[in-house]
Ligand binder design. Structure first.
Ligand SMILES: [Zn+2]
Length: 136
């Protein structure tokens, strides 16, 4: 019984704190939505502005900026499938890159960092490849 009461209090406290964080983020979003500034003026950035909250949009812009720091190199071509190695040109460590796969007919791809799967946003590695393919 004591464990149930403690667990109930813990869950209730987590819910309350989650709602507080949600409200704070919404307040921040509504304050900053009028200040959105486009950095690249690209189709993808415009689309991201429409579908993401302002906080997520700023995260997306950070990924866009980070994408300009990568170098992409195609390592495989099979039909419409392509594989790219995305590397940091300033890294001294061999094999520190990310592998991005892309179907050039559908522009559907994935990156081994799995940022999209975890966060729901294209990673800077995929954006670097899309930039290379002039899809941005
Ligand atoms: Zn990635």
């Amino acid at each position: 019984m004591l464990h149930e009461a403690t667990l109930y209090r813990l869950v209730t406290k987590c819910e309350r704190e989650t709602m507080d964080l949600y409200r704070a983020e919404r307040r921040d979003d509504s304050n900053s939505s009028k200040e959105a500034e486009f950095l690249f003026h690209s189709f993808l950035e415009g689309h991201a502005f429409l579908v993401y909250t302002p906080t997520m949009f700023r995260m997306f812009q950070d990924e866009l900026i980070a994408s300009t720091r990568w170098i992409t190199r195609r390592v495989d071509k099979n039909g419409s499938g392509r594989k790219y190695e995305v590397i940091n040109p300033f890294s001294m460590n061999e094999g520190e890159g990310f592998l991005v796969t892309l179907d050039v007919n559908t522009n559907i791809g994935s990156c081994e960092c799995q940022w999209y799967e975890y966060v729901g946003m294209l990673c800077s590695h995929m954006l670097a490849v899309l930039h290379r393919k002039n899809v941005l």
